[in-house]
Design a binder for this molecule. Structure first.
Ligand code: GDP
Ligand code: IMO
Ligand code: MG
Length: 433
């Protein structure tokens, strides 16, 4: 009997863009498999290695190491053209890919992108401000049961049969429900997607079987979540969410393996909060305070380039992330960005019409009224690049006392240990406690 498999999951504990790519890359070197299990190319994960910047959208952030197999599971939605471009761009940078893509993963089709535009205009104030990658429509077609899966792209007859239905449905909705011109030709989509299927054929397989075999043989797995808890379609601030489950429990559904062993579940949280898109945002900062954090933290979307809204750390949100994901630990990122601030304001509870609320409400009406109850914690001095190098090689004990007090405070409030502290975007700018 082999040793039990080692399971580590990395998920977003806020609104996405917490630094999941960096943390996944940090741990990927020791793993046999690095796996994406939900989301699509709405995700933008940045990894910086030896000064080279990689922006990954479909491919897991373990791809920069030679040995782990990169897996795109069935729960992911794939834009085939986007994936081909991503593969090519990595190859151009000299990355050797060992990639497997589930034949059950759904394909984002050109009409999904048209539908995404239509839905966003229709939903007005209730829209989430999507990345316009066709994410809600592709997951909707999956649920309608006329979605196209990657495996279909290498079976021309089935693909044609399915595409007829899906194309007609989307054309009717776009023209009749939204009154928008639909100028996508069936034949073009059919021909283009068969070509994409041919180009991806080498990577498309039944990933369930390979993962199961590896699981039984005691291999080590790292699962990389996309987005974050507040964007989860069930547990996030619905309807201002994405269209998949972003929480750790999705790892089984999105891969087809009922992993039942012990696991590390790492929630990635920034020392502050950023949010791209529309929704109530209780700790949002405005004006010069917001500009300061946005510029210093370079808070611009990795996928869309949109300026991110920024705010103070929200422990109501983080408490929910701990609970819903079953976090065993937290990786706290971008702590360097907070250096030089005299005081750090941290939201511990919400005030909702005079009531103090500790746990994230499900009610949109309540969230629209939520304002933060905050405490001010002492900050720490500005750090130069040299200081950061010194701190990273010296370990946790060398961190400024006020930073350690800030970390202790968060741990106590959300009842979860902070075991990883990230002081910069590069792989080595990380302290493990
Ligand atoms: P993800 O979507 O969660 O993978 O995060 P993104 O890559 O979209 O955004 C995080 C950004 O912060 C990227 O530009 C990272 O290079 C950067 N980053 C990650 N960790 C740190 C850190 O500790 N300090 C600084 N300054 N930047 C970081
Ligand atoms: P990573 O993995 C931040 C947001 C969008 C929008 C909502 C719905 O890089 O953390 P969608 O295109 O999914 O229909 O948009 O979700 N969103 C993200 N925000 N980081 C992401 O991914 C996101 N993926 C989607 O801005 O509010
Ligand atoms: Mg991102």
């Amino acid at each position: 009997m082999a040793e039990p498999a080692t399971l580590t999951v990395v998920v977003g504990a806020q609104w996405g863009d917490e630094g999941k790519g960096k943390i996944t890359d940090y741990f990927a070197g020791d793993c046999d498999y690095v796996v994406r299990f939900q989301g699509g190319n709405n995700a933008g994960h940045t990894v910086i290695v030896e000064g080279e910047v990689y922006k990954l959208h479909h491919i897991p952030s373990g791809v920069l190491y030679p040995q782990p197999v990169s897996v795109i599971g069935n729960g992911v939605v794939v834009n085939p053209k986007g994936l081909i471009e991503e593969i090519e761009s990595l190859k151009t940078k000299g990355v050797k890919l060992n990639l497997k893509v589930s034949d059950r993963a759904h394909a984002i089709m050109p009409y999904h992108i048209v539908m995404d535009e239509c839905l966003t205009s229709h939903q007005g104030e209730l829209a989430a401000g999507s990345t316009k990658r066709g994410i809600a429509p592709v997951y909707a077609d999956k649920a309608y049961r006329h979605g196209i899966r990657l495996g279909d792209l290498i079976e021309p007859a089935i693909f044609e049969e399915k595409l007829q239905r899906a194309y007609q449905f989307n054309e009717q909705v776009v023209t009749r429900a939204f009154g928008v011109k639909f100028d996508l030709a069936f034949d073009d989509i059919y021909t283009d997607y068969l070509k994409f299927g041919e180009m991806l054929q080498h990577y498309i397989c039944d990933t369930q079987l390979e993962l199961f075999e590896a699981y039984r043989n005691g291999k080590s797995f790292l699962f990389e979540g996309a987005q974050g808890v507040s964007l989860d379609i069930d547990h996030g601030l619905y309807p201002h969410t994405t269209s998949s489950n972003t929480v750790a429990g999705q790892m089984s559904v999105g891969t087809g393996i009922g992993f039942n062993g012990e696991r590390r579940v790492i929630g990635v949280a920034k020392g502050y909060v950023s949010r791209v898109g529309i929704s109530p945002f209780p700790t949002e900062l405005e004006g010069t305070e917001a500009d300061y954090l946005r510029e210093r933290g370079q808070e611009y979307g990795t996928t869309t380039g949109r300026p991110r809204r920024v705010g103070n750390l929200d422990l109501v949100q983080l408490r929910q992330a701990v609970r819903v994901n079953g976090l065993t630990e937290i990786a706290l990122t971008k702590i360097d960005i907070l250096s030089g601030l005299e005081e750090l304001s941290v939201c511990t509870t919400y005030n909702i019409t005079g009531e103090e609320v500790r746990e994230m409400p499900g009610s949109l009406a309540k969230m629209r009224q939520a304002t933060p109850n905050s405490v001010a914690l002492p900050g720490w001095a500005e750090m130069t690049d040299k200081d950061i190098e010194r701190l990273c090689s010296g370990g946790y004990g060398n961190l400024p006392d006020t930073m350690k007090a800030y970390i202790d405070f968060i741990e106590q409030e959300v009842n979860c240990p902070i075991t990883i502290i990230s002081l910069g975007p590069q792989r080595h700018q990380t302290i493990v406690r």
